[in-house]
Design a protein around this ligand. Structure first.
Ligand code: M7G
Length: 299
């Protein structure tokens, strides 16, 4: 049951991003005085479903205010009962400058990362600027989110943990979002994959699909299964999302389907050490700054 808001003392310093289409706002602020550390808070409307209409809209203690009436047409402001959640808030506290940059609106630029640019610009930059993967280790060591695990294959070489992504509300199947985190350490991203990882990748694909079909009844024909490049977190993981859901980062400039990756490695073990990988960097990213310093951009 709900308890008094953890955001009671929260003061907004700045709006980082507003996305009215997806009904999402991201802000940075503080819980106390100026000396306090920053917190990034993402607030999003939960998807509306039958339960919401039946239980919140039609609830005994729901209230409405008519805002228009014309013939058979009318609109109403709806005040759902206070116990009914209609928003989800994600909090990052304390947030680093890198988190604030990640969740801010910025000008976007395309980078075509050749293997040479990877070695000379990307790698040196990521070596010193990366997000902590403590949360990943917590999951792998069952210190957090253990009760949410959907499936685990404990093999240290080919195994993984499949669990709900932080972005999913865990009820709306049309926006299903799971993430498979591999047990193997030291594979930072897709760039590092070779044919040696094929058993791992095929295992994640097959067992991930099977587990989702078994637990949620969603067939693999309804799943997008992909890597992000660049990922934010440098421990290999695979995204599983419902095909109906336009998850952030499921577009062709960030998502690489697991099937394609497997195919490419089947064709050539060193595919990803030769391939130019195209992606977007944003003005406040350290990667953007590194490419700019390397005079990569022509403008
Ligand atoms: P990414 O491509 O490395 O990062 O994917 P990005 O998409 O956030 O830029 C990491 C995935 O892990 C994302 O889909 C996140 O929503 C998800 N994720 C991040 N964190 C910190 C957590 C967490 O603590 N728990 C869970 N379950 N998922 C997380």
């Amino acid at each position: 049951s709900p308890s008094p808001s953890v955001f009671r003392k929260f003061r907004v310093d700045k709006i980082l991003r507003e996305d009215q289409r997806n009904k999402l706002i991201t802000v940075v602020g503080k819980f106390g005085n100026e000396a306090e550390k920053d917190a990034v808070v993402l607030v999003e409307r939960l998807p509306l479903d039958k339960t919401f209409v039946e239980q919140a809209l039609a609830a005994e203690d729901a209230m409405t205010k008519e805002t228009l009436k014309n013939d058979i047409y009318s609109t109403h402001s709806v005040y759902t009962p206070r116990a009914f959640p209609d928003c989800k808030a994600t909090m990052i506290y304390p947030a680093t400058a890198k988190h604030i940059a990640k969740y801010s609106e910025h000008d976007a630029f395309i980078v075509r990362e050749t293997p040479h640019l990877y070695q000379t610009v990307t790698k040196p930059c990521l070596d010193v600027n990366k997000f902590s993967v403590q949360w990943v280790h917590n999951i792998l060591e069952k210190k957090t989110e253990a009760d949410r695990i959907v499936f685990e294959d404990p093999d240290p070489e080919t195994g993984f943990i499949l669990l709900p992504d932080m972005k999913w509300n865990r009820t709306d199947l049309d926006s299903l979002y799971l993430v498979a985190i591999v047990h193997k350490h030291g594979v930072h991203s897709m760039r590092h994959l070779t044919a040696q990882h094929l058993p791992l990748l095929k295992n994640v694909l097959e067992k991930g699909k099977k587990a989702i079909k078994g637990q949620f009844g969603i067939p693999s024909s309804k799943l997008r299964i992909y890597f992000h490049y660049q990922p934010s977190y440098s421990h290999l993981h695979v995204h599983f999302t419902h095909v109906k859901f336009d998850a952030p980062g499921s577009d062709c400039l960030r998502a690489h389907t697991l099937e394609d990756v497997i195919d490419n490695l089947d064709l050539d073990s060193d595919f990803y050490s030769k391939k130019t990988l195209v992606y977007v960097v944003r003005e406040n990213d350290e990667l953007y700054k590194a490419y700019k310093a390397a005079t990569y951009f022509d403008d």
